[in-house]
Design a protein around this ligand. Structure first.
Ligand code: CMP
Length: 474
C-alpha cells in the first residue's frame, strides 16, 4: 500500500518535472532562436543550459518510449515482463545516440569521434574505472544470450552456498530472493564464473527425503506404505509417482530415500517437511518403526571351564552312553560338571598307541576311527560315533594306550578323568563290572584282529578285579 502510494507520488513529480522541462525548452527555443541567435558570446553562454535541457528532454523521451515498448507492447505480445537488462541497454544506446545528435546539432564544429578514439589516457581511465562494471555488463549480455535461467527459477550458487528464487537480472547483477526473504545480489561476472544449479520454473524438479527403519521391518511393506502416504501430499506432483528405495544398509538401520517431484519447486522446504510428516504418520499407523542408532553388546565373560557345550546337553549325552545308564540324574549332572570338552579337526589324532593315559572320552559330536598299526600301516579296527566312548582301557588298567584314535570329521569329545570315575565306582559298584565287559570285548577284538570277538568269562573276571585293585575298591 505504502509502496504504491510513494510510487504514485514520484510519478506525479516526474510528470511535473517533464512538463516544466518541455515548457522551458519550447520557451527558450522560440525566444533565443529569434532574438539572440547571432550574438556570439551570449549565444555560447545560453547554449550550454539549452543542450542540457534538450538532453533532459531526450532522457524523458527515451524513458517514455522504453515504457511504451517494454511495459506495454512487450507484455502484451509475450505475456511477461521484459528483462531489465534489455531495457537498460535500450535506454543506454538510445540516450547516447540522442545526446550525440543534440551535441552535433548545437556544436557542429566539435568532433566527438576523435575525442573517444584518440585519447589513450581517457581510454585507460575509463577502462580501469569501469573494469568491474563492464565485466558485469558483458557477463550480463552473455547470460541473456545463453538464458541459463529466468526470473522465477530457483538457483543454487554452489560456491556461495546460496539458494533462492531469481527476481531479476540487471546489467550488473542477478537479484535472488532467498527462502528467508532476503535479497542477495550475485554479480553477473561471478555468475558467469561459478557453477550454478538451476531448477527451472516450468520443469518437474525432484527432491530427495531420507529416513531409516529398523531391520525387522519388511522392505516391501515400507515401500508401499510410504509411497502411498507421500503421493497425495500437497505440491507433490501427480505426474510422476514418488519413488521409495533403499539407499543403504546401515549399522543399525535400513536407510531409505524418497524421490518425489514438485509442482512448485520454490516451495520445496515446506513440501519436504510435509513429506517427512506423512512418513511419520504412515509408519505409526502400519506398525513400522523409525530406526535410531543402536548397539548390540556381546559381553565376554571370563573364559568358561566348558566353552563348547552347555552342562545340560552334556548330562543328556552321558545318559545315552550305555555303561552310564545305571547312574541317577544327579550323578550324571555331577559327572557332566567334571568333564572337559575338546574339539578336534578332521584327521587329528586324539590318542596315540603306547602313550600313558589317565582319562577316557565320550564322543559328543562327530566320528573317530580306532586304528592299530601293523606291518602294512594303520588299520581301522572300529569306528565310534556319538555316545560311544574310548580311552577307557588305559584309564582302568593303567596300561599304555592300545591303539590310535583319529578324528574322521570335526569331532567334539568329553574328557572324564580318573578322580571322577573313582567317585562313581564307589557309589555304583555295577559300573566297574559293565565297563570291564566292554574292555574285555575290545581286548579280544584287538587280539584276534577283528571286531565282535567274544571274551571269556575268566578274562572278564580277571579284568574286573584288576580294575578294582587299580582304583583301590573292595
Ligand atoms: P586305550 O587303550 O586307553 O586307548 C585306545 C583306545 O581305543 C582304547 O583305550 C579303547 O577305548 C579303544 N579301542 C581299542 N580297541 C577297540 C575296539 N576293538 N573297538 C573299539 N574301541 C577300541
Amino acid at each position: 500500500m505504502a509502496a504504491s502510494r510513494s510510487n504514485q507520488r514520484s510519478r506525479i513529480v516526474a510528470f511535473t518535472v517533464v512538463a516544466l522541462v518541455v515548457g522551458l525548452a519550447v520557451y527558450l527555443y522560440s525566444t533565443l532562436f529569434d532574438t539572440q541567435m547571432h550574438e556570439g558570446l551570449h549565444k555560447n553562454f545560453v547554449r550550454i543550459p539549452f543542450v542540457a535541457l534538450l538532453a533532459l528532454l531526450a532522457y524523458f523521451g527515451v524513458r517514455f518510449v522504453n515504457a511504451a515498448i517494454f511495459d506495454f507492447a512487450f507484455r502484451l505480445r509475450r505475456g511477461y515482463e521484459a528483462p531489465t537488462l534489455v531495457r537498460n541497454i535500450f535506454t543506454l544506446i538510445s540516450f547516447t545516440a540522442l545526446f550525440a545528435i543534440i551535441f552535433k546539432w548545437e556544436y557542429p564544429e566539435i568532433q566527438l569521434g576523435p575525442l573517444f578514439t584518440t585519447s589513450a589516457i581517457f581510454g585507460v581511465i575509463i577502462g580501469l574505472a569501469l573494469q568491474d562494471t563492464l565485466g558485469n555488463f558483458f557477463a550480463g549480455i552473455s547470460l541473456h544470450a545463453d538464458r541459463p535461467f529466468q526470473v522465477g527459477d530457483v538457483i543454487v550458487v554452489t560456491q556461495q552456498k546460496l539458494t533462492g528464487v531469481v527476481e531479476s537480472i540487471t546489467w550488473r547483477a542477478i537479484k535472488v530472493r532467498t527462502f528467508q526473504n532476503h535479497i542477495i545480489l550475485v554479480s553477473n561476472s561471478l555468475a558467469a564464473r561459478e557453477a550454478i544449479e538451476v531448477a527451472p520454473r516450468d520443469n518437474l524438479n525432484a527432491r530427495l527425503v531420507f529416513f531409516s527403519t529398523i531391520y525387522t521391518d519388511s522392505p516391501a511393506k515400507t515401500i508401499h506404505v510410504v509411497r502411498e502416504s507421500v503421493r497425495d501430499a500437497d505440491n507433490v506432483s501427480d505426474k510422476i509417482t514418488p519413488i521409495v528405495r533403499i539407499r543403504g544398509l546401515g549399522d543399525s538401520s535400513i536407510d531409505w530415500e524418497i524421490k518425489y517431484w514438485l509442482d512448485d519447486y520454490a516451495k520445496y522446504n515446506d513440501t519436504d517437511a510435509l513429506v517427512r510428516q506423512r512418513v511419520w504418520y504412515a509408519l505409526r499407523r502400519n506398525g513400522l518403526t523409525f530406526a535410531f542408532p543402536t548397539r548390540t553388546l556381546h559381553i565376554e565373560r571370563h573364559v568358561p571351564v566348558r566353552p563348547i557345550t552347555a552342562e545340560d546337553q552334556i548330562a543328556d549325552r552321558l545318559s545315552a552312553v550305555d555303561v552310564f545308564s545305571p547312574l541317577s540324574t544327579d550323578e550324571l549332572r555331577q559327572l557332566a560338571k567334571a568333564t572337559a570338552g575338546h574339539v578336534f579337526a578332521p584327521g587329528e589324532t586324539l590318542i596315540r598307541a603306547g602313550d600313558e593315559g589317565s582319562s577316557m572320552f565320550v564322543v559328543h559330536n562327530g566320528r573317530v576311527a580306532v586304528q592299530v598299526v601293523d606291518h602294512g600301516g594303520p588299520r581301522t579296527v572300529a569306528e565310534l560315533t556319538e555316545g560311544n566312548f574310548f580311552g577307557e582301557m588305559a584309564l582302568f588298567t593303567g596300561e599304555p594306550r592300545t591303539a590310535n584314535v583319529v578324528a574322521l570329521e570335526e569331532t567334539e569329545v568329553l574328557e572324564i578323568g580318573h578322580a571322577a570315575m573313582k567317585h562313581l565306582f564307589e557309589t555304583n559298584p555295577s559300573l566297574a563290572e559293565s565297563i570291564s565287559w566292554t574292555i574285555a570285548e575290545r581286548q579280544a577284538d584287538l587280539a584276534k584282529g577283528s571286531a565282535s570277538a567274544q571274551p571269556s568269562i575268566q578274562e572278564t573276571a580277571g579284568l574286573l578285579s584288576a580294575i578294582k585293585r587299580f582304583f583301590g575298591l573292595h
